[in-house]
Design a protein around this ligand. Structure first.
Ligand code: NAP
Length: 330
């Protein structure tokens, strides 16, 4: 479920008018956020999850997940999110379809302003995930939604019997490229090196798919078209040769950036703006935990995000218990 917030500004929305105190507030509704919700709910903490821009996060846009244990035949990304949500809600978690706009982690409780209200949270679990990177070439921005896409599951259907280009050489590029062959007539995978980063199984499947071809050592330098994508300008990075290729679509899968802008200046981050957490999912502010892709530049799997979410919630529970014990003894 995509949440439309276009045309709404924080001021016009009346952010901050109503406030609610919560013991555990979770930002983000992907595998990390919903797993954290499950664990916090089972500790009777009635956690509230702010769903963010996209209910379920990136996995909700994935056609099928084949590497989450317990589903030997694979499971639809959307279906998996619904199961996570149902399980967390069964124990008392609440999902609010809202988006955090501003956080103040210097105050106690923490203050999180969202569109509909202000949340005052004793503990905060950040599971805001990551967003696909852009190529930043001419034509990309103008033609997004007109043939340029970052989601094959969302847009693949529009390319029935068409020719598409997929950019990237990682698991996402190959997985989504293979998915696109359901619809497209041809899928050309354009990769900047001559070695794919993707895992062996996906590589084998892609190479065996007769609709897929590879353009190695090649980059897209321009996306061309007026109301729709018509061509891409390609360059061989070894020879410098440039040429135009006709295409109806360009799908870009070149990695992600963490959604952590909200915490700049308050939480420690690495050079790529991933939140820094210790082994216990704790950020530099006691009571603020982070899980999933916002804090994980390495694994970025549903299972690792879910595990981080569970761990963050267990530490949040521990943190609250310690604080109430301190109050009793004081
Ligand atoms: P990724 O592994 O970081 O791969 C990004 C790809 O894009 C790389 O091949 C990279 O090239 C290329 N690239 C980066 N910047 C580029 C640019 N400016 N121009 C052209 N190409 C560029 O990202 P991902 O494929 O999204 O995967 C992210 C994580 O999710 C990984 O850990 C992956 O294993 C996981 N994942 C797993 C599955 C699965 O298991 N089924 C599915 C999807 C994702 P270089 O190789 O030259 O760096």
């Amino acid at each position: 479920m995509k949440i439309s917030l276009s045309g709404v500004s924080p001021l016009s929305s009346g952010a901050g008018i109503e406030s609610e105190h919560v013991r555990v507030l979770i930002l983000g509704s992907g595998p990390a956020g919903l797993s954290a919700a499950l664990y916090a709910a089972r500790a009777d903490l009635n956690p509230v999850v702010l769903a963010g821009m996209e209910m379920g996060g990136q996995v909700a846009l994935t056609y099928t997940v084949e590497n989450y244990p317990g589903f030997p035949e694979g499971v639809g990304g959307q279906e998996l999110v619904e199961l996570f949500q149902k399980q967390a809600e069964r124990f008392g978690a609440r999902i609010d379809f809202d988006l955090a706009l501003e956080v103040n982690l210097r105050e106690r409780p923490f203050v999180i302003k969202a569109y509909s209200k202000t949340y005052l949270a004793d503990t905060l679990i950040i599971a805001t995930g990551a967003t696909p990177n852009h190529l930043n070439v001419p034509g990309e921005k103008e033609l997004t939604g007109k043939g340029v896409s970052y989601c094959a599951t969302c847009d693949g259907w529009f390319f029935k019997d068409k020719d598409v280009v997929v950019v990237g050489g990682g698991d996402s590029a190959l997985e989504e490229g293979i998915f696109l062959t359901r619809y497209a007539r041809s899928v050309a995978i354009v990769h900047r090196r001559d070695t794919l980063r993707a895992g062996a199984i996906l590589q084998k499947r892609a190479r065996e798919n007769s609709k897929i071809s590879f353009l190695f050592n090649t980059i897209v330098t321009e996306i061309i078209g007026q109301d729709a994508v018509r061509q891409v300008r390609l360059r061989n990075v070894q020879t410098g040769e440039e040429w135009l290729r006709d295409t109806d679509g360009v799908f870009i899968f070149i990695g992600h950036s963490p959604n952590t802008q909200l915490f700049e200046g308050q939480l420690e981050m690495d050079a790529n703006r991933y939140l820094i957490v210790d082994r216990l999912m704790q950020t530099n502010i006691p009571g603020v935990f982070a899980a999933g892709e916002a804090a994980d530049p390495y694994f970025r799997q549903v299972i690792t995000s879910a595990g981080m979410g569970a761990a963050a919630a267990m530490r949040a529970i521990h943190y609250l218990q310690e604080r109430s014990a301190e109050k009793v003894s004081a």
